[in-house]
Design a protein around this ligand. Structure first.
Ligand SMILES: Cc1cc2nc3c(=O)[nH]c(=O)nc-3n(C[C@H](O)[C@H](O)[C@H](O)COP(=O)(O)OP(=O)(O)OC[C@H]3O[C@@H](n4cnc5c(N)ncnc54)[C@H](O)[C@@H]3O)c2cc1C
Length: 486
């Protein structure tokens, strides 16, 4: 993939104002970062442009900061439960500034580590705002107003998404928190109103509740995490209820008044009745919008989909020659591990291979406590497709490690193909669900029958060992008639 231009960035700027690179990456998220290090490590001249974050959202304002804060909230929950473990103490205080400082320390450490990797691999990180000014040519405006023009033999666009703000009267004026501001709070919101019961809303709600906020979730769907199976949504709802979180479902917000950080009121309509919800802060967590404005895409021939994402084929090529897109702006599932896999797809396709995004596994985890993790088919999906399956399902109480931890809430379930022993899907709502998921995923990748896990010698007592009672339990058959008739 190497180009032949050997001019240093400074020389190129002086001579032509156009700097030549093998690869220019616009937007420096996780997939971009790994792409930069890999391609540069392979001897290519690579530049990454990001307007704000070294490493993009994941290490700065999304996955890792939220998991850091969630862990502090877990410590608070242990303090509350300490008597159960035979440990008493004279009260405790939550200092949000200390919680925030631990998170900030982690982010600083990650930024340092990323910059070190940039130095080691030779990829150039450019802090500035970028936009296309010609095909495969990105102009970057640096903080001091200086401009640089970078032309790539190939360009990857990965500008990500941002929190969506619904057009609800009064909402924008209320200056609601998004996850970015919520993760930077140095005070505990006395009464937090959360709009949206998806990943971000649910994770943040539980954490804030554990810090001491009174939390109310409002969602227009009939269920939290509405794409999950009904038993999963019910269990999640039970968890939030037990923690004292007030959840309003099927609730349409009519208007908002006041200002977040001070006093806010939300008027909702729920089943034909109007309700007034009062809070001190509002957090919006109702989806994401792609960052495509002002990118000059029209100058490059990069088209958008109807939903406003970059139009890509299964090899992640955009409609412009030599321009690729990865991560959320390409409409990929909104997870960091997917943005990294998108990089792998582009890497293969730029180095003589042929790799596609279709048919890949999309595992995910909701980092509530306990976690919810899933891979493959859910029961709802299997039923919709008419796929016959055997269902193995056991409560977390069957997991001996969970008992040692006093963390027996939840269940695990697996779908196995009716007429073979192939694992079709796995869902865990329980302690360490995300880690246990990986073991099942590896089995699925290897094409191991469920009996391979059932009969494995797994370390005792570990959470993964709980797969043995799961797959040793009696399965129930589902959808058999439908499939026979198909
Ligand atoms: C609160 C929260 C928690 C999450 N937790 C998880 C989790 O636990 N696990 C998980 O897998 N996923 C999680 N996600 C999703 C995950 O963060 C993203 O899917 C992941 O970061 C991939 O994003 P990306 O690379 O597409 O974009 P980003 O990482 O957002 O990168 C895009 C970059 O482009 C830059 N940019 C945009 N426009 C320009 C421009 N014109 N010029 C220069 N730079 C520009 C931005 O500054 C940004 O750094 C979470 C998301 C949120 C909001």
């Amino acid at each position: 993939m190497k180009s032949t231009n050997n001019a240093s960035p400074a020389q190129a700027r002086k001579q032509t104002h156009l700097e030549e690179f093998d690869l220019v990456i616009l937007g420096g998220g996780t997939g971009s970062t790994v792409a930069a290090w890999t391609f540069a490590g392979e001897g290519n001249r690579v530049a990454v442009v990001d307007r704000q974050y070294i490493g993009g959202s994941c290490p700065n304002i999304a996955c890792l900061p939220s998991k850091n804060i969630i862990h502090s909230a877990k410590v608070a929950s242990y303090f509350r439960r300490s008597k159960e473990f035979g440990i008493t103490h004279d009260g405790f205080t939550i200092e949000m500034s200390g919680v925030r400082e631990r998170k900030r320390r982690m982010v600083r450490g990650l930024n340092d580590m990323y910059m070190e990797n940039y130095r080691n691999t030779g990829a150039e990180f450019i802090l500035g705002s970028g936009r296309f000014v010609a095909p495969r040519t990105v102009e970057v405006t640096l903080a001091d107003g200086t401009r640089r023009q970078l032309r790539g033999a190939n360009v990857i666009v990965s500008t990500g998404t941002r929190a969506a703000l619904e057009t609800i009267p009064g909402l924008a004026e209320a200056q609601p928190l998004t996850h970015i501001e919520a993760l930077e709070l140095d005070e505990i919101p006395a009464r937090l109103l959360v709009i949206g019961g998806g990943y971000v809303g649910v994770e943040m709600s539980q954490a804030m509740r554990r810090f001491g906020s009174e939390v109310t979730i409002v969602d227009s769907n009939g269920r939290l995490m509405s794409k999950e199976d009904p038993d999963v949504c019910k269990a999640l709802g039970g968890l939030l209820a037990d923690e004292g979180i007030d959840v309003h479902l099927n609730a349409r917000i009519k208007r908002v008044s006041g200002k977040s950080g001070d006093s806010v009121t939300i008027i909702v309509e729920q089943n034909g009745t109007e309700k007034v919800l009062q809070g001190t802060h509002i957090l919006v967590a109702t989806g994401r919008n792609p960052n495509t404005e002002g990118l000059g895409l029209e100058l490059t021939g990069v088209e958008l989909t109807e939903r406003g994402y970059l139009k890509v084929n299964e090899r992640l090529q955009t409609t412009a020659p030599g321009v690729w897109a990865i991560g959320e702006v390409a409409g990929s599932p909104q997870f960091t591990h997917i943005s990294v896999d998108d990089f792998r797809v582009v890497h293969a396709n730029l180095t003589g291979g042929n790799r596609v995004t279709t048919g890949r596994q999309v595992p995910y985890c909701l980092f509530t406590d306990p976690e919810l993790a899933r891979i493959g088919l859910s029961e709802t999906e299997a039923k919709t497709q008419g796929t016959a399956y055997r269902l193995f399902k056991v409560p977390m109480e069957s997991n001996l490690r969970a008992r040692t931890l006093s963390e027996t809430r939840g269940f695990v379930k697996a779908l196995v193909e009716a007429d073979s022993d192939r694992i079709l899907g796995f869902t865990a709502f329980g302690v360490g669900a995300g880690e246990t998921l990986a073991a099942v995923q590896v089995a699925m990748i290897a094409g191991l029958p469920y009996t391979g896990l059932r009969d494995a010698v797994l370390t005792h007592p570990t959470l993964a060992e709980g797969l043995i009672p799961l797959f040793s339990s009696t399965a129930s058959a589902h959808n058999l008639v439908k499939t026979k008739g198909a």
